[in-house]
Design a protein around this ligand. Structure first.
Ligand code: GDP
Length: 471
């Protein structure tokens, strides 16, 4: 163990001790991490979950809501003063206004505290009276979890892998050419470093747009407050025998190491290590629509993300983890793009995507589950007859044209291997089906008193993640 690690472990230990001593006098708090790659649905999920916990009329599968054990739920100041607050009110207003729109997506870490007043049932409950449970929701980009893998890599090994990925992706050709033209041994020029970093970032962004999931380093896409800082102004370079002091290569390496120690490690230490329960949101339908390569890439990215939940693999992470994550939910989002007759298939695909990582260590004893959900239901179901065949469709307002349309995205296979196999065989097109995805606008809502926004299985997700703490 290196010295800085010892210092980090000790400082965390002291912090924890303080928390547990004062904790005796405080209401229990559950720290729920919400993550997923960009556009997986984190912002919509948190907004709808909180709204549906405040107004619980649509939460029958959350037992404590159905039995009336939750007496009230209200927002409170969050415990961490230096973390941006999740902008719940603005996001909810966007989703439920007279002209509803999707809220702005997650760009960095944020937090929100919802406190629940709970009256447990049974004999014990009638003696003990109501108690308060704080739910601290921490929203953070899944891209930042992928950075964990960087901690085990040197600048050279990372560069080699990054350049290899770049060359295989059409979006990487320009950046690859620019890097190939650079001389790693030349004296550092800031203009050159910036041009390389810009081109590299541009490629990562384009690759992400094209459906590739693993586009790390995570802060290049979602820099948060770090935008423009030297720790984000580097790019991979091919290995060289000798790179003199003050050369481009040496400075790139130094910045790469600064990225690891000053950006990646603090995130894991200050945020990730304090999470009790976790939901990992996955836009599996989006990847399926983008094709076999995107699915293969999503699978790889999931393995990377899940690596963070099996800390045994990373000794630095094990050393700073204060507590164990107790439950992890893997949720395929936007299930309202599919008729419910296909939801079980989507769940099976979600399970298959995380199966390898899940079976290996089962996340150090964490309880895990997979589900298909829609945090905000934007469609209604409809069965139509098309060319003599009955088709299960969903109907909604298309985001681009504002037109209402019924839509059948294609039949997902019963066996997830039919999707995963072509992906691992390197195919670029699906053979037997086309999977289309439309973007629907959120539907105008007329909510009755006590009702939150419409969703699919958000109550089951909440029961899995929180149910045991609310009875
Ligand atoms: P984030 O980047 O993970 O915060 O993703 P967002 O929560 O901003 O969601 C990204 C986009 O996915 C939204 O703008 C919507 O277009 C879509 N989306 C998210 N959740 C749902 C859902 O439950 N149903 C539908 N139809 N679309 C959704």
């Amino acid at each position: 163990m290196i010295l800085t690690d010892i210092a980090e472990t000790v400082s965390r230990g002291v912090g924890d001790m303080g928390a547990s001593v004062t904790g005796v006098f405080q209401a229990p708090a559950i720290r729920l991490g919400v993550t997923g790659l960009s556009r997986a649905g984190k912002t919509v999920f948190i907004t709808s979950l909180v709204a549906n916990l405040i107004d619980r009329g649509r939460m029958p599968q959350l037992r404590a809501a159905a039995t009336g054990a939750i007496k009230a739920a209200y927002l409170q100041p969050q415990p961490d003063d230096t973390v941006p607050r999740f902008d719940f009110e603005r996001h909810l207003a966007a989703m439920t206004g007279t002209e509803p729109r999707w809220p702005d997506s997650t760009r960095a870490v944020s937090e929100l505290r919802l406190s629940l007043r709970v009256q447990p049932g049974g004999l014990l409950g009638s003696f003990s009276g109501p108690r308060t449970v704080h739910l601290d929701i921490v929203d953070y980009p899944g891209e930042w979890l992928l950075d964990l893998a960087l901690l085990d890599q040197s600048y050279d090994s990372w560069s080699q892998a990054a350049l290899a990925a770049m060359r295989t992706r059409p979006q990487g050709q320009q950046a690859a050419a620019l890097i190939a033209a650079a001389d790693p041994a030349e004296p550092l020029s800031e203009t050159r470093a910036q041009a390389l970093a810009e081109s590299f970032t541009h490629y990562l962004r384009e690759a992400r747009e094209a459906g590739f999931s693993d586009c790390s380093p995570g802060r290049f896409l979602l820099p948060g407050e770090m935008e423009g800082s030297p720790a984000l102004t580097f790019a991979p370079l091919p290995p060289v025998d000798r790179a003199p002091r003050g050369s481009l290569r040496r400075e790139m390496e130094r910045r790469f190491e600064a990225y690891k120690s000053q950006i990646v490690k603090p995130f894991f230490r200050d945020h990730f290590s304090r999470i009790d329960r976790q939901v990992v949101l996955v836009d599996a339908l989006g990847a399926i629509h983008s094709g076999p390569q995107a699915v293969a890439d999503l699978r790889g990215a999931m393995a990377g993300i899940l690596g963070a939940f099996r800390p045994g693999r990373n000794s630095w992470l094990s050393s700073i983890l204060g507590r164990r994550i107790e439950k992890i939910l893997f949720a395929a989002t936007k299930a309202d793009h599919l008729h419910h007759s296909q939801h079980a298939r989507l769940t099976a695909i979600m399970e298959a995507l995380v199966k390898d990582a899940r079976s290996r260590a089962d996340f150090a004893g964490a309880q895990t589950a997979a589900m298909s959900i829609a945090a905000l239901r934007a469609t209604v179901e409809e069965t139509m007859t098309h060319q003599g065949r009955s088709l299960d469709c969903v109907r909604g307002t298309l985001l681009d044209s504002g037109r209402r349309a019924a839509f059948h995205p294609g039949d997902l296979p019963d066996d997830p291997a039919r999707l995963l196999a072509p992906a691992s065989e390197g195919r670029t097109e699906w053979l037997d089906e086309d999977y289309e995805i439309m973007r629907f606008a959120p539907a105008p809502l007329t909510l009755r008193p006590g009702e939150g926004p419409p969703h699919i299985r958000l109550d089951r997700a909440a029961e899995f993640l929180l149910g045991d703490k609310l009875t």
